[in-house]
Design a protein around this ligand. Structure first.
Ligand code: UGB
Length: 570
């Protein structure tokens, strides 16, 4: 079966393309999607929506196109041939709501490939087989950009095409598109191919960034870029800074590690407090540079990361992408900025790994990571040292100890236990060697926020200029914990009390998946230098969490959660 993609389709997006396919083609197309790895038995992540919807219901529920519809994003010479990508910003509507997505087509070799992605990477190549005649419509030689042939439109034959004015409009758009493509091709050396095609730096965008960064206090306000701003800690920190009058702009890639709708809800909350959260990945140099050019960012609160200790065994690459490559990207842009911002970033208690000396102190060894997550955080600390040493960046690393609270992360034990207890599902409580209970220094989000804000407030300026160090710069690392570890069975006891429901506990031996038996923070350094004093015990903190959980989810036990690319129905 061959399908054709027309300029009309490109202009109107995936929906038009999809609608125009005959039913048999849609089915075959869907079958081809599913041959990419998913099966009916295995739910796909949100980045596979079209595939997933098709698999679930037998038809694609809806795919729509945003107003901007189509724009050439990249025109690059690769191995002597010109590649043109046509970007289609679209949204996908499913039973879970409306989600932004994008698709783009590009010519590669002998065919047109169509990709969809929510994460800025080409995760799901969806091959569109093309009739040879259609391939002629795509430019293939550097410098030779062909126009659409008018008889091609005639071949497709639709009401839209028959309108002369529409044709003129279309041809003008194509000319414009090709001109911009040629411009991008000429200047391709400066183009970062990682840039998600959804990002467009416009006057309107800059205005929103500036407004978001406008401080509302006069006594030395900070102007902070918060990465991972739609995440758990990021949203709380952004809100706290904004509430006290600092300028804040957020960045988040809204990936599907857990339910995207929760991240969107946090984004909405921030928008209500005039914080703009930009959709973008920390690996995208262009976006971060654009933010730093648009406003004089004084501090970067870098909280975007691939979290979760156990998920590293399922998706190791995502840890490298976010916690290593993304971190380096942040440092690279900051080091080149003038003036350089000071950076505070999230390390983790997991760097203490299999240490047995307690409580964990910053001076202790951190060379026995038990998980890839821990290893990437430890690597991050080494990378921070390098950028401080060579470029004079002021950097503070914060080792968070199992942060919990309202608006938390659904992948964490206290959150998933709550969900399962309410649903009447059994929960797995891990036990350590010799049946010993596992314990964590659970730390309430409000205490963590105070530690983050105090770190920003006490961070000295970076000393580099024009990418060169001019003097020694501050380099710090702090434990932010609660200093009173609690066992996991006790955590469950407290949840049972606040939920007024007995848990169905299944005690199982801790799987060998990256977990450590206990954590316990020594916080004397943070106390002395940041004035950090945690004040919320686990009982009080979980009470607040349960209150939030019930107000957010109610008793709707059919809500769907996304955890680690898998949907769980609660
Ligand atoms: O401080 C950190 O640096 C990390 O903290 C957090 O990791 P952890 O301390 O492992 O939290 P979390 O998953 O809530 O498990 C809590 C306890 O429940 C046990 N646990 C877990 C799941 C389960 O099904 N059963 C169970 O007993 C489990 O064995 C453990 O003993 C962050 O997720 C991580 O991103 C990182 O920030």
């Amino acid at each position: 079966m061959l399908w054709s993609i027309t300029e009309h389709h490109r202009a109107r997006g995936v929906f038009e393309l999809w609608k125009s396919l005959p039913e048999t083609a849609r089915r075959a197309f869907a079958a081809e999607f599913s041959s990419g790895g998913a099966s009916n038995a295995e739910p796909c992540g949100p980045s596979d929506y079209s595939r997933q919807c098709e698999l679930r219901s037998g038809h694609l529920e809806a795919v729509g196109v945003r107003s901007e519809a189509v724009a050439p994003t990249l025109c690059k010479s690769r191995g002597g041939s010109l590649e043109v990508r046509y970007e289609v910003n679209c949204w996908v509507l499913s039973h879970k709501g409306r989600f932004p997505a994008y698709a783009f087509c590009e010519k590669r070799g002998g065919g047109i490939s169509m990709y969809d992605s929510l994460n800025g990477s080409l995760q799901n190549p969806l091959l569109m087989r093309m009739p040879p005649s259609v391939l002629d419509e795509f430019p293939s030689t550097p410098g030779k950009v062909k126009m659409e042939r008018s008889n091609y439109f005639g071949r497709v034959g639709s009401r839209w095409h028959s309108s002369v004015s529409a044709k003129l409009l279309c041809l003008t758009s194509i000319l414009l598109l090709l001109t911009i493509s040629a411009f991008f091709w000429v200047s391709s050396a400066g183009i970062d191919s990682q840039r998600p095609p959804t990002f467009q730096r416009s006057h309107e965008w800059e205005k929103r960034v500036r407004q978001s960064c406008l401080p509302r206090r006069e006594d030395n306000p900070l102007v902070v870029l918060v990465t991972g701003a739609a995440g758990f800690v990021g949203s709380h920190v952004s809100l706290a800074l904004r509430k006290r009058g600092d300028g804040v702009v957020g960045l988040d890639n809204f990936n599907s590690y857990y339910e995207v709708s929760l991240k969107r809800a946090r984004q909405e909350l921030l928008a209500k407090h005039s914080v703009f959260v930009i959709d973008g990945d920390i690996n995208d140099k262009f976006i971060i540079e654009s933010i730093l050019e648009a406003v004089p960012i004084t501090h970067v609160m870098h909280l975007a990361a691939q979290a979760g200790v156990r998920y590293a065994m399922q998706n190791p690459q995502s840890y490298i992408h976010s916690n290593i490559a993304g971190l380096v990207n942040i440092f690279e842009v900051c080091k080149a900025a003038n003036p350089q911002p000071a950076i505070v970033w999230a390390s983790s208690s997991s760097v203490y790994g299999l240490n047995t000396k307690v409580p964990f102190s910053e001076a202790d060894r951190t060379d026995q990571p038990a998980s890839l997550y821990a290893a990437t955080k430890k690597a991050g600390e080494g990378i921070a040292h390098t950028y401080n040493h060579i470029y004079g960046l002021s950097i503070t690393g914060l080792r968070f100890f199992t942060v919990y609270g309202p608006w938390g992360r659904p992948d964490m034990a206290y959150f998933s236990f709550t969900r399962d207890i309410l649903k009447g599902n059994p929960i797995s409580v891990y036990s350590g060697a010799g049946g010993k209970d596992l314990a964590r220094d659970f730390t309430f989000i409000d205490d963590i926020v105070k530690g983050c804000v105090a770190s920003l407030d006490t961070a000295e300026k970076s000393t580099g200029s024009g990418g060169k160090k001019t003097g020694p710069a501050m380099l710090r690392v702090f434990n932010l914990g609660n200093t009173s570890p609690v066992t996991v069975p006790t955590l469950v006891d407290i949840l049972e009390k606040h939920l007024n429901t007995k848990a169905k506990r299944q005690i199982i031996k801790m799987p060998r998946n990256g977990d450590v038996p206990f954590t316990h923070a020594n916080i004397s350094s943070a106390q002395a230098q940041l004035g950090y004093r945690p004040t919320t015990n686990l009982d009080t903190g979980l009470k607040k969490f349960v209150k939030w959980y019930l107000s957010y989810y109610g008793d709707n036990t059919n809500r769907r959660l996304w955890v680690g690319n898998h949907e769980k129905i609660i």
